[in-house]
Design a protein around this ligand. Structure first.
Ligand code: BGC
Length: 747
C-alpha cells in the first residue's frame, strides 16, 4: 500500500513536472510569436509591436464603445459584455489584448446594487480633499482599484478634477475643490494608486466642465491664460502625477469647440505641450463629429459607435481621415492597456474586502472632517459634562446622505430612508447610506441619554433641544450630476430648523453633510459647526470619532464658503436664458444627452474672473468670506515661527508648535504673491505639509515650492514664464491667516 502510494506520488510528480515544462514552453513559444507579451519592454514598444499586427477593422474596434449596460437608449450587440458597467471596448483576442470593461467609480464602484454586488463608498472626493493628504488619496484610490478588479472591471471612470469655480455646480462633490495645486495633487495621487492596482486610470472631465446647467452645449468662455493658470493647471498636475491611461473629454464647449473635438485643449495642450501618451475617451454621448473629432485628438467614442464606427471607416477609406491618425488613436489605447498592467495581470473576480473598505473609509472621513466653529470648546463631547443629547434632523437616526449621478454608489440594503426593499437607486433621487450617526454616538457614549427628533416639526425639535444638555442638528444638501443647486442655502427649511433649535438651546452644534459650500445665516447663533461632507460607508463612525474626541479634527476647507452669493464672481445661479436656442428636450430623462443637444449654440458662460477662482477672487475683490479656503479648527492650537525662504532651492522652512493640550495634526499652508507686473493681485497656494505634533511639541518643517504655481502663462508665446522679482511668501494655517511672511527672489 505504502509503495503503491509513493509510486503514484512519483508518477503524479513526473506528470506535473512535464505539464509545467510544456506550459512554460508553450508560453515561451507563444511569447516568441507575441513579442509584445514581454513585460520587460516599455508600454510604447509593446503597443507599437501590436499595432503592426492589426487589421483596419481591429484598429477601429479599439476606438469606440459597445453601449452601456443599464441605459436602454445605448444598446449595441455587445452591450451585455459590459459586466453591468458603463462601457465595453473589444480587445484583440488572437493577439492576447483584453477588452476594456469599464465602470464609473467616482467615490466607489457604481451600479453594484443593480448588479447584485457590494462596493465601498469612500467619502466624496471633495471631502477627501479636505484632508490635504496625498496618502489618504492613495488609500482611497487603492480601495476602489481593488474593488473594480474584484468585480471584473479593468478600467475606471473616476478621477474628477474640474475646479469648484462655480460653487453651485452639482458635481463639486466629485471634484477636489477650487485650487489647482491641491486638487491636482490629490486627484493625481488617488488615480496613481487606483491605476497601480492594474486598472486603466482616468482623469476627467477635460476641461472647464465647471457647471452642469446646459452641460451638453454650454460654451465656457475664458482666456487661454486664465484657463492655463486655473483649470488646465489642475489637470496638468493630476495627469503628471497619475500618468493615467485615459483622459475623458467633457460635454461642454470651450471657447467655441466641444471638449471632445477641441483642437486647442486636446491636440495643442494635452498631447503636444503635456506629452500625454494615453487615450482620450469621450464623455458618454459627448462625441459630435468624425473627422473633426479625430483630427482634434479624440481617440475613443463612448458609449456608442455613431461617429467612430462605420463613419470613421468610411472616412479612412475615402482618404478624409489619414491612416496615421487611426494608428495614433489605436496605439494610445494599446499603450494604456500595457501601461496599466491589465494585459499582464487581468482582473480576477473575487470577494470585495469589505472590512478593509470600512477601515479606510473611516480613517479618510475622520481626516477629512472640518471643524468650522467651536465656541467655548463645545467639542469634543465630554460625557462627564454632557448627560443628554438631542439629535435632530437629517435622517440621522438611520443614515447619512451621498452624492448622486454616475458617481452614485449603491448602499447595502438600499436607500436607508426608504422602507426595506423599496430603496433602489434611482437617477436624481437622493440616497442615504445606512450609517446612522445616532447609533454611532450611542455606541461611543453609552452613559449619555441620546434622543432623536426628525426635525420635520421645528417646534417639537426645539422642545427636545431645550430638554437636553446639547443639541446636534444634522443637515444635508444633496448634489448630483446633471443639475446645479439653485442656491447655496440649505434646502427643505433646514436654516429655519437650526435657528429654532439654537434659540431653544445655545449649546447647539450643526453637522453639515454637504457636497459643496453652503451659506450659514445662523452662524452666530450656534456654538459649533462640523463639516462632514458626504461621509461614505463608515461616515457615522468617522464622525463619532471626531465628535467624541478620539480623533482630533485636522481637515481644512478645499473651497471657500461665502456668506452671500452676492460676493461670488457669478452672483446668479447658472441658468439657461430663455433667449438661448437651448430649450427643454436637450436632456433625456436619465441625464444622457439627446440627439439635438449639439444644435444649440446660444448658451455661454463667460468666466471673466479668469484665474481668480475661489479664495483668489475674494482676495482680489477685498471680500471677506464666511470661512476661507484652507480654514479648519482643531481641538488644540498651533503657533508658527521662524520662516526662512531659500530662493535657490525654492523651499520655505519654518517651525510649527502645538500650543494646546491634545496631540494633533496641523496642515501648514504656504502661499506666494507674484511680483508686480504679473497682474495677479492675489496669493496662490504653492505648497503645504501635514505636521503631527504632541502637546507642546515643535517641529521644523520644509515645504518645497512648486515651480508650476509660480509661473504665469504668456498667451503670445504660448509658454510659461517665471517673472524675475520678489515673490512674497506667506505661511500659516489658512489662506486668510498667514502670520509668517518672507521673500523668494527669482532672478
Ligand atoms: C458622466 C461621466 C460618466 C459617464 C458614464 C456621463 O454622463 O458625465 O462622468 O463617467 O456618464 O457613466
Amino acid at each position: 500500500m505504502q509503495n503503491c502510494k509513493s509510486g503514484s506520488y512519483v508518477l503524479l510528480t513526473v506528470i506535473a513536472a512535464v505539464a509545467l515544462i510544456s506550459a512554460a514552453s508553450i508560453a515561451a513559444a507563444q511569447n516568441s510569436d507575441r513579442p509584445w507579451m514581454n513585460p520587460s519592454l516599455s508600454p510604447e514598444e509593446r503597443a507599437d509591436l501590436v499595432l503592426k499586427q492589426l487589421t483596419l477593422d481591429e484598429k477601429l474596434s479599439l476606438l469606440h464603445g459597445n453601449g452601456m449596460a443599464h441605459a436602454p437608449q445605448w444598446q449595441m450587440p455587445l452591450s451585455k459584455l459590459t459586466n453591468g458597467g458603463a462601457g465595453y471596448v473589444e480587445g484583440v483576442e488572437r493577439l492576447g489584448i483584453p477588452p476594456l470593461v469599464i465602470s464609473d467609480a467616482g467615490y466607489g464602484v457604481r451600479d453594484s446594487g443593480a448588479n447584485g454586488r457590494y462596493s465601498t463608498a469612500m467619502p466624496s472626493s471633495l471631502g477627501a480633499a479636505a484632508s490635504w493628504d496625498p496618502d489618504s488619496a492613495c488609500e482611497f484610490g487603492t480601495v476602489i482599484g481593488k474593488e473594480l478588479r474584484a468585480q471584473g472591471f479593468n478600467m475606471t471612470l473616476g478621477g474628477g478634477v474640474d475646479l469648484a469655480r462655480e460653487p453651485r455646480n452639482g458635481r463639486n462633490f466629485e471634484y477636489a475643490g477650487e485650487d489647482p495645486l491641491l486638487a491636482g495633487t490629490l486627484v493625481g495621487n488617488l488615480m496613481k494608486c487606483e491605476q497601480g492596482q492594474h486598472v486603466v486610470g482616468d482623469i476627467k472631465h477635460y476641461v472647464m466642465n465647471d457647471q452642469e446647467t446646459g452641460r451638453f452645449f454650454v460654451n465656457a468662455v475664458i482666456s487661454k491664460r486664465a484657463m492655463q493658470e486655473s483649470d488646465l493647471l489642475a489637470f496638468h498636475i493630476a495627469i503628471s502625477i497619475a500618468n493615467p491611461g485615459a483622459v475623458m473629454c467633457s460635454y461642454n464647449r470651450i471657447n467655441g469647440d466641444f471638449g471632445c473635438e477641441n483642437p486647442y485643449t486636446l491636440h495643442d495642450v494635452l498631447e503636444k505641450d503635456w506629452g500625454f501618451k494615453g487615450f482620450v475617451i469621450s464623455d458618454w454621448g459627448g462625441t459630435h463629429s468624425t473627422e473633426k473629432a479625430s483630427a482634434a485628438g479624440l481617440d475613443q467614442e463612448q458609449p456608442m459607435a455613431d461617429f467612430f464606427g462605420p463613419k470613421l471607416k468610411e472616412a479612412v477609406e475615402a482618404g478624409r481621415v489619414p491612416m496615421s491618425e487611426i494608428d495614433d488613436h489605436a496605439r494610445r489605447v494599446l499603450y494604456a492597456e500595457f501601461l496599466s498592467g491589465i494585459v499582464d495581470d487581468p482582473p480576477q473576480n473575487g470577494v470585495v474586502d469589505v472590512e478593509k473598505g470600512f477601515e479606510v473609509a473611516r480613517r479618510v472621513e475622520a481626516k477629512s472632517i472640518v471643524l468650522l466653529k467651536n465656541s467655548s470648546t463645545i467639542l469634543p463631547i465630554v460625557p462627564s459634562k454632557v448627560h443628554s443629547i438631542a439629535i435632530i434632523g437629517g435622517h440621522a437616526d438611520v443614515g447619512m446622505i451621498s452624492g448622486g449621478g454616475s458617481a452614485q454608489v449603491d448602499p447595502p440594503g438600499g436607500n436607508a430612508i426608504m422602507p426595506p426593499g423599496k430603496g433602489a437607486t434611482i437617477w436624481q433621487k437622493p440616497v442615504w447610506f445606512p450609517t446612522s450617526p445616532l447609533k454611532a454616538l450611542q455606541a461611543k457614549l453609552p452613559s449619555t441619554k441620546i434622543d432623536f427628533d426628525p426635525g420635520t416639526d421645528a417646534k417639537s425639535a426645539a422642545s427636545l433641544a431645550k430638554s437636553a444638555d446639547l443639541a446636534i442638528v444634522f443637515v444635508y444638501q444633496w448634489l448630483s450630476e446633471d443639475m446645479d443647486v439653485p442656491s447655496l442655502s440649505l434646502p427643505d427649511n433646514q436654516d429655519a430648523l437650526i435657528e429654532q433649535v439654537a434659540s431653544a438651546n445655545p449649546h447647539t452644534i450643526v453637522v453639515l453633510e454637504t457636497g459643496t459650500a453652503v451659506t450659514m445665516p445662523w452662524i452666530d447663533k450656534v456654538s459649533g459647526v462640523v463639516e462632514a461632507w458626504y461621509a461614505g460607508s463608515s461616515g457615522d463612525k468617522g464622525l463619532a470619532d471626531v465628535l467624541a474626541g478620539d480623533v482630533n479634527p485636522s481637515g481644512k476647507l478645499p473651497l471657500t464658503f461665502t456668506s452671500s452669493e452676492a460676493d461670488l464672481p457669478h452672483p446668479n445661479r447658472p441658468e439657461i436664458p430663455s433667449t438661448s436656442q437651448a430649450q427643454a428636450g436637450d436632456v433625456a430623462d436619465n441625464g444622457a444627452p439627446s440627439s439635438n443637444a449639439s444644435a444649440h449654440t446660444g448658451y455661454a458662460v463667460h468666466y471673466d474672473e479668469g484665474g481668480a477662482v475661489g479664495y483668489k477672487w475674494f482676495e482680489e475683490q477685498h471680500k471677506k468670506p464666511l470661512f476661507a479656503f484652507g480654514f479648519g479648527l482643531s481641538y488644540t492650537t498651533y503657533a508658527y515661527s521662524g520662516l526662512n525662504v531659500d530662493s535657490g532651492a525654492k523651499t520655505a522652512r519654518f517651525t510649527v508648535k502645538n500650543t494646546g493640550k491634545r496631540p494633533g495634526t496641523e496642515i501648514a499652508e504656504v502661499y506666494a504673491r507674484l511680483p508686480k507686473g504679473t497682474d495677479e493681485p492675489y496669493r496662490r497656494l504653492v505648497g503645504w505639509t501635514r505636521v503631527a505634533l504632541a502637546p507642546g511639541e515643535s517641529k521644523a518643517v520644509s515645504v518645497a515650492i512648486d515651480d508650476r504655481v509660480l509661473k504665469t502663462f504668456d498667451e503670445d508665446k504660448n509658454a510659461w514664464t517665471m517673472t524675475p522679482g520678489d515673490y512674497q511668501v506667506l505661511v500659516g494655517g489658512s489662506s486668510d491667516n498667514t502670520p509668517l511672511t518672507g521673500i523668494l527672489v527669482v532672478r
